[in-house]
Structure formats: structure tokens, C-alpha cells
Design a protein around this ligand. Sequence first.
Ligand SMILES: *[C@@H]1O[C@H](CO)[C@@H](O)[C@H](O)[C@H]1NC(C)=O
Length: 264
Amino acid sequence: MGRGAAAGALLVALVVLGAPPAAGAELSGVFQEMHKVECYFINGTEKVRFVQRLIYNRLQYAMFDSDVGHFVGFTPSGDMNAKRWNSDPALLEYKRTAVDRYCRHNYRIDAPFSVERRVPPSVSISLVPPSSSQPGPGRLLCSVMDFYPAAIQVRWFQGQQELSEHVVATDVVPNGDWTYQLLVLLETPPRRGLTYSCQVEHVSLEQPLSRHWEMPPDAARSKMLTGIGGFVLGFVFLALGLGFYVRKKLLSRRRPQPLPLSPG
Ligand SMILES: *[C@@H]1O[C@H](CO)[C@@H](O)[C@H](O)[C@H]1NC(C)=O
């Protein structure tokens, strides 16, 4: 990972209600104290930054940043508290060691489920039916579903040749369950007799994954072929049946007689 920064945040929120929220009753006041801690990882755990934010009623009044090394206040009460905390060497030492004690420690535990999480995509090609705005034989859509992480490359090919024009893609869409999806549409209509391929490259795949598509034979032609096939099959059975019938007739007679066929 280069400057791949993963941030983990722990949120502690304390809401004090001025009165119990009885049905329909107005609250007499809301007092919210919120502490947020953030870990920034640059190139794995090589460079780590720890940030703690202290927020009262949505206003950040003080923070500690490991790159700064002490508390900084943003309001009169924040200033006052920052001075008090900064005069406590043990507390400052405790906050300064959070990059190791808290961030690097949790990275080891969480990385297998987050940074190292790999889910390969399911890839399929479908023919989007023609519409009034886009008449004709339809358009090819490559659906790349349920992969993780988000970085991915999807390409369309016609035979061996990459189609870089007339290709439109959605953004990479988060599904909200730690997977993503992406749809890539070929804007030009597919032509009969050509093979189209959708190729996907993703960190979860050892080699690029390809799906292929060819236009199925058209319905009228395939119906005609079925008819011809049926006719031929019927004819074969007719000939066989007739052959057996004639053979049996011939063998059942002691002395062969001329067949009752028309002369010639
Ligand atoms: C990332 O960290 C590794 C050691 O973990 C180091 O060898 C590499 O040079 C670092 N890369 C960058 C881009 O800093």
C-alpha cells in the first residue's frame, strides 16, 4: 500500500436529557459530550497518526494530535482544559503512546477483516432489451457484483480488440455491506457472428476473469431448423418401418413371389 490510509474511529457519545422523554413532552435541554478517536495508517503501520477530538453540543472544543504532541483548545473552556491537561506529563505521555498502544495494536486485530478483506466479483453479461429510446437489437451489459475492495478494472472486448469507446459505466456503488457493484454498458449494438468479452481485474483474482457472449441464432431460423430436423427424423423412421415390413412379408412366404409392386 502506498499512501493507503485506513482510519479507524471510536465514538463515545453521552447524551444527557434534561427530562425523561415522556410522550409528547418537550425536552428542557440536550447536553451532548462526544469523544472521537481516529487512527490514520500510512503504508500499513509504518507511519501512524492518532487524533482525539472533544466535542460538546456539536462544537469541537479541544483536540489531541500525535503529530502536534499536546492538546489544543478551540473555545475558552477548551483552552482552559487544554492548559490543564498539558500540565500533566503522565497524561501527555499516555496520549503520545496511543499510536502504538491503541492504533498499531488494533490494526493487527482488525486488518485481517478490513485491509486484507478480499471478495471476488460475480461477473455476468446480459442483453438489455431494446426500448423506445434505444431501438434495435439491444445493448450488452456487464454486471460486476459484490466485490471488495472497491478498486477494480472492467474492460469490454470484441474478439481480441478492446472497445474503449462507446463504453459507459456507473460509479462503483457501495452496497452498504462491505461489498461494491459496478455496471458497464456497451453502447454499440452487438453484431451477429462476433464474440464479446467482459474482462475484470481485481485484487481478489489471481488472473483476469472473462465472460463471453455471442448472439444466439435468431428465432425464425432456429424454428426452421427444428422443422427440417423433425421432417428428416420422420422420414428415417418411415423408411425403416417400411423396410422391416417388406422384409417380414418376404420371409413369411415359403416360396418367394414377385412383389406386388408396379412393374418397371
Ligand atoms: C512501506 O513500508 C515498507 C515496510 O513496511 C517499506 O519497505 C516501503 O518502502 C514503504 N513504502 C513507501 C512507499 O513508503
